[in-house]
Ligand binder design. Structure first.
Ligand SMILES: Nc1ncnc2c1ncn2[C@@H]1O[C@H](COP(=O)(O)OP(=O)(O)OP(=O)(O)O)[C@@H](O)[C@H]1O
Length: 349
């Protein structure tokens, strides 16, 4: 079963007089992995909570499986929420319950399954997340990485069609972050759920999702196939992907022109910009672990992206063509440039 699409249109959220973001429109394609980037405080977590109806934006619509969750009854919202599995930043485990009971909790709460059936499901999810042997431990007795994996195991027990993941990298070292990323890709291959990851991890953003978006200045800067953001020359995107001080993102919020000019002058005079290296372009996407089912999202996304290819910037088109992976030795796909049309032959080795 393919995960469900989430269609967000014209979404605006404020707390009192503080506007968090406005007019956000994006569609999470069914069964694909998407990631939402943005500097701290831009409202990524607020967006995630809005998708499951924990927070209520004052304008716009969020249509899930044909239901606008901002208009529906609380009964309908309750049903829609059953489609979701959510991994909160700290795993949100109950501190007094061991991992087994934590993972079993949604099954005991929301289903009438027998304890033996629950045991089968819980052990399956614990195994999927590399936690067999740790089921008797309390959350306080295990590492942050294990807590996240336990949170993910719990998010999976009700067979979600949409999985929301809030900063999977927070508190994890780069290697554990990569393992967790691999787990998310593998889960997508196995259950074909629609996944949204909220993160500021550059490496994860470049290698994991099919689609990428970014929040900045209370707006969705862009959202689309990963190649669009990864090849973007938008200053805020470039700065963010490089972790650089040079660009519109400042210490706590956006900078003014004067500060930007001062910082650029320092770099021109030989001072380091703070990023590690100059990152630009499309890198290979993480694949499901060999032996698992083929990730259906890849072929679906290729078909979908081909349809919209001509609407994308040329650099993104080239990145998409270069990363398309199919069996044909040669394929001919049109590349559009400035509204013009040019036939390009795409060779693969
Ligand atoms: N329930 C709430 N009531 C009032 N303000 C809130 C509430 N939840 C979040 N905010 C505010 O919304 C803004 C965005 O917060 P949010 O946690 O979504 O940012 P974020 O992009 O996820 O940041 P980070 O990357 O640091 O986690 C912050 O200014 C925060 O104080």
């Amino acid at each position: 079963m393919v995960g469900v699409e989430v269609a967000v249109e014209g979404l605006t959220k404020s707390f009192g007089s503080q506007k968090i973001w406005q007019d956000v429109s994006l569609t999470l394609p069914a069964g694909e992995v998407s990631a939402l980037l943005g500097p701290s405080g831009t409202g990524k977590s607020v967006f995630l909570k809005s998708l499951i109806g924990l927070l209520r934006p004052e304008e716009g619509s969020i249509v899930i499986d044909g239901t606008d969750i901002l208009q529906c009854s609380s009964r309908e919202l309750y049903e829609i929420r059953k489609l979701f599995g959510v991994l909160f930043q700290d795993g949100a485990l109950f501190g007094s319950m061991n991992l087994y009971d934590n993972v079993a909790f949604p099954l005991r709460e929301h289903t009438k399954k027998s304890e033996s059936e629950i045991r089968r499901i819980v052990m399956e999810k614990l195994e999927l997340n590399g936690l067999v042997g740790a089921e008797g431990k309390l959350p306080g007795e295990i590492s942050g990485g294990m807590r996240k994996r336990a949170g993910l195991a719990r998010a999976l027990v009700l067979d979600p069609q949409i999985i929301l993941v809030d900063e999977p990298d927070s508190g994890l070292d780069p290697v554990r972050t990569t393992y967790l990323s691999q787990l998310l890709i593998d889960i997508n291959a196995q259950i074909d759920a629609t996944i949204l990851i909220v993160t500021h991890n550059i490496n994860l953003a470049r290698t994991v999702p099919d689609n990428l978006g970014m929040l900045f200045r209370k707006q969705l800067v862009m959202f689309g196939p990963r190649e669009v953001l990864l090849t973007s020359d938008e200053p805020v995107v470039h700065q963010f992907l490089n972790g650089s001080k040079i660009g519109p993102i400042g210490m706590s919020e956006e900078k003014d022109e004067v500060q930007m000019a001062q910082e650029q002058a320092l770099v021109d005079a030989g001072h380091h910009h703070g990023g590690t290296d100059d990152v630009y372009g499309v890198v290979p996407q993480m694949q499901a672990t060999p032996g698992l089912p083929v990730r259906q999202a890849v072929a679906r996304r290729q078909a979908r992206v081909r349809e919209i290819l001509h609407t994308l910037p040329v650099e993104a088109q080239q990145g998409i063509l270069a990363s398309m992976n199919d069996d044909a030795a040669t394929q001919v796909i049109p590349v559009y440039d400035d509204g013009g049309f040019e036939q390009s032959s795409f060779e693969r080795g």
